[in-house]
Design a protein around this ligand. Structure first.
Ligand SMILES: [Zn+2]
Ligand SMILES: [Zn+2]
Length: 133
């Protein structure tokens, strides 16, 4: 059972239940790069599913761990986007036009959400821990 930080309703994560999401921030990372001099990929020909062996660019995703209903997050995000972008830019340190928002609870800078998947038999089978018992 997880509680939505926006409407405070408690929700069980089920395959056919209401979708729950985590606030998250995804960004380009060169932490693992073996070649920092390579110029950025050409977006026309770049296939994001395949990474060059020099790991020049990777992605880094972090989350504050706060959970919301996907519809509550959508409403929150749309409200942010409907506000005057220039006013927001002056008032805030994040870029709403670029899809950024602050976690409604801890104000952690975020730019995406990660869906929470229910625990299924398949995920249990591959798990090496006793968490699913
Ligand atoms: Zn909610
Ligand atoms: Zn948060």
């Amino acid at each position: 059972m997880e509680m939505c930080i926006l409407c405070h309703e408690v929700q069980e994560i089920l395959p056919d239940g209401t979708a729950m999401v985590l606030a998250a921030f995804v960004q380009r990372s060169t932490v693992m790069s073996k070649n920092r001099k390579r110029p950025p990929h050409n977006p026309e020909s770049y296939d994001p599913l395949f990474m060059h062996p020099d790991l020049s660019f990777g992605t880094h995703t972090c989350s504050c761990g706060h959970i919301m209903h996907s519809h509550c997050w959508q409403r929150y995000f749309e409200t942010l986007q409907s506000q005057d972008a220039r006013w927001l830019h002056e008032q805030t340190s994040y870029d709403v036009e670029n899809g950024e928002y602050l976690c409604p609870l801890c104000k952690c800078r975020s730019n995406t959400v990660i869906p929470l998947l229910p625990l299924t038999e398949t995920t249990c089978r591959y798990s090496h821990t006793n968490l699913c018992l």
